[in-house]
Design a protein around this ligand. Sequence first.
Ligand SMILES: [Zn+2]
Length: 163
Amino acid sequence: MKQCHLVIRESEKGKAVYADADIRKGEFVCEFTGPVCTMCEYKNMHDPLNNHYLQIDEDLFMGPSGNADDLINHSCNPNGGLVYRDGRIEFIAIRDIRKGEELSFDYSTTMDEDCWEMDCLCGEENCRGKVRDFKHLPRVLQEKYIALGVVLPYIVKRIKTRS
Ligand SMILES: [Zn+2]
């Protein structure tokens, strides 16, 4: 897998991924990879309490790769986000990240599945308490993530169709 600047360590939340170098805003950090399956297959295969699947299109999910990309945690105040480019899912920095900082993205930026949510323990001041589908985020936050380019295209399309 194409990646750089990562190290996996145990944290109080379980395994987490940290920057092992300073990373500049906008910089590519790693690619998300894994076996692709349909919504129906996903519903049969994922473990709701330890879910490493990522919804990548209307009816497509990406399963765990076994690499660091599975272990990047959610945060309500993330330092990274996922960009869909040329059929690939890339994790990029959305602000400057210091060496040693934990990497995170907002899971809601990839969620529009109506069937899964999780309690959030990120501990950030702006923590929403629950991680839910993108459509449930406050409008201002939706627009911020869309402007940063870190919302997967199928969700942006759905949001624009609805409004
Ligand atoms: Zn949170």
